[in-house]
Design a protein around this ligand. Structure first.
Ligand SMILES: *[C@@H]1O[C@H](CO)[C@@H](O)[C@H](O)[C@H]1NC(C)=O
Ligand SMILES: *[C@@H]1O[C@H](CO)[C@@H](O)[C@H](O)[C@H]1NC(C)=O
Ligand SMILES: *[C@@H]1O[C@H](CO)[C@@H](O)[C@H](O)[C@H]1NC(C)=O
Length: 836
């Protein structure tokens, strides 16, 4: 009996509610730009390879100095490394805040009001303007930045910014300005100029040829994806190589072992489980679904992990201490690198093993302690060697490494090997260095593998080349940036390997993209996003996106996406907080979904399909939508794409209406992604209803059944029996397992058991089923009648008005009795057949 109630509920839902999923409500995101937070000037150092002749005293330089002094008076809010709180309370609080009427929301938009600035900012700007009148490039550049980025809360004015940049670019040949002009042409950001990819490429190429790194990368990305130019692997490769070369110089300029690379690049949507949410996006479903494990933050935030480990460490668990040390040493998103803390945790382990006063090994050490302690020693040595959180001290480093080496720690071997190789605090001793490094490399320590590989490479014998190659390939498995560079070089020059442009380019691109702090605005972008300054975040992400970062492209599109909302408020709660006008740009969103899709992001490909389907940012093109969905479903099995294809077949939108195919797609969607169970099941139910109706009324659509349906008049009871039979299979299979307990036991009242009498069961079953089906059939009949009447009325009206009758609606073959998808009634019908 129970299951009949479940099915009854579901049927009602299927008819009434499932459609709301099909209706794409364009939500504006709830973010409201409060104010532009002033940013302290943190220029990223860009290695200009240029012949920039800096004249120390341009006229007007003293005015610029005065202006900067004025700006310094402006209180700059310090960056807080605020972490987003995901707790229930903060979410509720946010909702509450959003729901409250606020003055700001109701205030009229003041985009066209002339910007009011005052105080030091005004003074500074005046000074800069005077200086700029004397052709001072610094002044012009600063003015442009203020207008573009809105530093010190200066109102953004993209047209003015463009004029300043353009002046610098055209009259002074300044490559930083050329880069910005190119960027603005490429994106048309802020409507300062018309989007023009040819001009964009022109300016970027100017800048790139003067050695502007970001432009070099942009040009490379354009040649790679064929944006505004024909695709050319060779050209892309050459530009990427130039960037990678600089990246390598920068990387090696760091402490022994190279710069620390903490990746900043991430997709904003990943925090919500992908652009379609948890379980619906390729990124968080199927094989990509994160499994709950202590190391994944699928279900536990990094804070929880830290808290847990800390608890264990305090209880004396040395493994927990070590892991904490490593987490803090490496840092990751959501956990800033903290070498001080790391060292403290490592010391927590080592003092358990080496006595503090004389450094002797404790008697009776616990099992495993020896291994963990020597690993910790390796880390501590590394910090002394590199001067991380301590003043660099080779002697101390050596002492720790020697401790670690006694127990065969690979990191210690690498560290000491490096010291011998370069003569850090010890005499240079290549054979000893090689011996140590090789031992470390053979333990699969990637830093040592690269160094050993490089040593072999220097020998230059064919045999050595082979060995070097294999070491590099081993290190590349760990994403070692230097190994990637070496491999790129070997492949690019065809040394010991075949020349393949694609491979070389891919490695160079990787190397270039890894050097985030050198070449990109990722850190600034993320900071702005965390501070809630969506516009600034958008601008910074756009720059990274133009440089070819897939993740940035995804972020830009995500920020611009009109069809999602950052806080999914129910619509009756939503006060239409104005989205910053800068972020109203669905055409640009589509561009970036496309670019992201070109770089094999499947969710982006599905998004593209949505845009074409609904005509967002472009004209609706159903065939393109179908292509996108098909592409997304073919190899990578996006459940969302399969579902959409099913929907298109079901409704005959863009594809031929075919219930049978629709069902197949829905089934595949279900197979691909079990998390999509409920929506897909509801859709399947709806589909079954329609299909059955179609069969019942001899509609022309291919109904769900494999054998060609016999031309036989079905009696109502037959039809119902058939229908019911199909569905029972479904519930018995899985649905019960899933929801049985919750429904029956939710309030402790056993719904089924009391009635679990066979006879009664049968009777009630029939009553419920027949009643329900009767209601549904009546409703549908009624709707169809109304539709028919409406159509006739229209026809009559048209005839009387002397217009040719029919039109689009009449031209179409009658498909069942359901309204056509392009019929205005269609949406209404979808919205619910029950309420009317
Ligand atoms: C203005 O802000 C941008 C973006 O944060 C930054 O890159 C730039 O250096 C800042 N310029 C000045 C003059 O502060
Ligand atoms: C500034 O540069 C423009 C064009 O290069 C020139 O015509 C003008 O005379 C210059 N102004 C000053 C004050 O040097
Ligand atoms: C462009 O001009 C600005 C302002 O004078 C300067 O800071 C910057 O270094 C210049 N860029 C290059 C590549 O010369």
């Amino acid at each position: 009996m129970r299951r009949w109630l479940v099915s009854a509920l579901l049927l009602l839902q299927a008819v009434g509610l499932a459609y709301s999923a099909d209706q794409k409500a364009a939500g504006t995101d709830g973010h409201d730009k409060d104010s532009t937070k002033p940013e302290p000037a943190t220029e990223t150092d860009i290695a200009y390879g240029a012949q920039y002749a800096w004249t120390p005293y341009q006229s007007g330089w003293e005015l610029v100095n005065e202006a900067t002094a004025e700006f310094r008076k402006i209180r700059t809010s310090h960056h807080r490394r605020s972490k987003k709180q995901n707790g229930l309370f903060s979410a509720l609080f946010q909702y509450a805040m959003k729901a409250l009427p606020s003055l700001r929301v109701s205030a009229p938009p003041q985009e066209h009001a002339s910007p009011v600035i005052s105080g030091p900012l005004l003074e500074g700007v005046k000074l800069l303007q005077q200086s700029a009148d004397q052709n001072n490039t610094d002044a012009i550049y600063l003015l442009a930045q203020l207008n573009f980025f809105g530093n010190y809360s200066h109102p953004r004015n993209f047209k003015t910014a463009f004029d300043h940049y353009y002046r610098l670019a055209a009259h002074h040949g300044n490559s930083s300005a050329q880069y910005m002009v190119g960027m603005m042409y490429a994106t048309g950001v802020g409507d300062a100029v018309e989007r023009d990819q040819a001009k964009a490429l022109l300016y970027h190429t100017f800048a790139a040829n003067q050695g502007h790194t970001r432009s070099e990368m942009t040009v490379a990305a354009r040649h790679l994806s064929g944006i505004g130019v024909p695709k050319s692997c060779e050209t892309a490769c050459n530009y990427y190589k130039r960037v990678a070369d600089k990246a390598m110089v920068w990387f090696r300029s760091g402490p022994p072992g190279g710069m620390t690379l903490t990746p900043e690049a991430y997709r904003l949507s990943d925090e919500f489980g992908g652009v379609y949410g948890e379980g619906a996006s390729v990124i968080s479903s199927g094989i990509n679904a994160l499994k709950a494990s202590p190391n994944s933050d699928a279900y536990a935030s990094i804070d929880d992990v830290i808290e847990y480990l800390d608890l264990m460490a305090n209880k004396g668990d040395f493994k927990a201490s070590f892991n904490l040390g490593r987490l803090y040493y490496e840092g990751q998103r959501g956990l800033e690198r903290n070498v001080e803390l790391a060292r403290r945790y490592f010391h927590g382990v080592t003092t358990k093993y080496w006595r503090a006063k004389d450094g002797r090994i404790v008697d009776q050490a616990k099992p495993q302690l020896e291994k963990i302690a020597s690993k910790s020693a390796g880390y501590i040595g590394r910090m002394w060697l590199r001067g991380e959180g301590v003043n660099q001290d080779f002697k101390t480093a050596q002492r720790w490494f020697e401790r670690g080496i006694k127990h065969g720690d690979a990191q210690s071997q690498w560290g000491l090997g490096l010291m011998h190789l370069h003569g850090y605090g010890v005499k240079r001793n290549i054979p000893r260095a090689h011996e140590l490094l090789k031992a470390s490399a053979d333990q699969d320590f990637s830093l040592a593998q690269v160094t050993v590989g490089a040593l072999h490479l220097d020998q230059g014998q064919p045999e050595d080349l082979k060995i070097a190659n294999s070491y590099f390939e081993a290190a590349v498995r760990y994403g070692n940036i230097e190994a990637q560079y070496y491999l790129a070089e070997l492949i690019h020059h065809g040394i010991g390997r075949d020349r393949t442009c694609g491979m070389a380019m891919a490695y160079y691109k990787n190397v270039a993209e890894r050097a985030e702090p050198l070449i990109s605005s990722w850190a600034e972008a993320n900071q702005a996003y965390e501070d809630g300054d969506l516009e600034l975040a958008f601008l910074d992400y756009v720059m990274a996106a133009e440089q070819g970062y897939e993740k940035a492209q995804n972020n830009v599109a995500y920020l611009l996406d009109p069809t999602h909302s950052l806080f999914a408020l129910p619509s009756w709660l939503k006060r239409q907080a104005p989205r910053p006008t800068l972020l109203h740009n669905s055409a640009l969103a589509l561009i970036y979904w496309t670019r992201s899709a070109i770089q094999s992001n499947i969710d982006s490909l599905v998004k593209m399909g949505d845009y074409y389907l609904n005509g967002v940012g472009t004209e609706a093109a159903l065939d393109k939508a179908a292509q996108c969905y098909t592409g997304a479903s073919e190899y990578f099995q996006s459940a969302q794409a399969l579902y959409n294809l099913g929907w298109m077949h079901e409704n005959g939108v863009g594809l031929t209406q075919d219930f049978h195919l629709a069902k197949r797609y829905y089934d595949q969607a279900l197979e691909t992604n079990e998390e999509a169970y409920l929506p897909v099941t509801l859709s399947l139910l709806k589909l079954r209803l329609r299909s059955a109706w179609n069969t019942f009324t001899h509609g022309r659509v291919n109904s769900i059944r494999d054998e060609p349906s016999p031309k036989k008049d079905w009696s109502l009871s037959e039809w119902i029996a058939n229908f019911v039979q199909d569905d029972t299979v479904y519930y018995e299979d899985t649905y019960e397992e899933y929801y049985d307990d919750t429904i029956a036991g939710s309030d402790g009242e056993p719904m089924g058991e009391a009635l679990d009498d066979d006879d009664l069961d049968g009777v009630l079953e029939s009553i419920v089923i027949f009643g329900l089906l009767g209601a549904i059939i009546w409703l549908m009949y009624y709707r169809a009648q109304r539709q028919e009447a409406h159509r006739r009325a229209q026809e009559n009206a048209a005839l009387q008005g002397g217009l040719p009758a029919g039109g689009a609606a009449a031209a179409q073959p009658p498909v069942g009795q359901f309204p056509q998808p392009d019929d205005p009634n269609f949406a209404q019908w979808l919205a619910g057949g029950v309420g009317h």
